[in-house]
Design a protein around this ligand. Structure first.
Ligand code: DQA
Length: 146
């Protein structure tokens, strides 16, 4: 089984970017924890970040028939991108939407997501642990199927 973790724009700055919202863990810290957890279950895990909407769309296209589960933090594209939503719908790979911060406790423009109704589930506000909890769910699903 193969899990793809997608990180959207500005998440390469984690650790220094608005730590009051996003915590002190860097993206490398988060990815390392996820990699170790997946390895324990012999599941292949790839973490991929881009600031570019087009690049994210193309990475999702490339996942078609290659990836069993996607964990995605679309970051600001959560609130703007019909195109990224359509890419996920097109490949029909189950995904969990993760946000470090509780988007519902923030500005109203962050309350709407173009992804949530298509997602298996949504985790928001649990910081970096949100990714780990999403991965736990994915691993449960994939090891049942394997
Ligand atoms: C975010 C929340 C978004 O509103 C914001 O644009 C981000 C990060 C989060 O992880 O909390 O860049 O997705």
């Amino acid at each position: 089984p193969h899990v793809l973790v997608l990180h959207g724009p500005n998440l390469n700055l984690l650790g220094t970017r608005e730590p009051e919202h996003y915590g002190s863990a860097t993206l490398a810290d988060i990815n390392a924890r996820l990699a170790a957890r997946a390895k324990a279950d012999r599941v292949m895990l790839e973490c991929w970040q881009s600031n570019s909407e087009a690049a994210l769309i193309e990475r999702i296209h490339a996942a078609w028939q290659q990836t069993d589960f996607i964990i995605i933090n679309p970051a600001a594209f959560t609130h703007t991108s019909v195109a990224l939503r359509d890419a996920l719908a097109a490949v029909a790979i189950p995904f969990i939407e993760v946000h470090l911060s509780n988007v519902f406790a923030r500005e109203t423009f962050r309350h709407h997501s173009y992804f949530s109704d298509l997602a298996v589930g949504v985790i928001s506000g649990l910081g970096a642990q949100g990714y780990e909890l999403a991965l736990e769910h994915a691993l449960t699903q994939l090891t049942i199927k394997a």
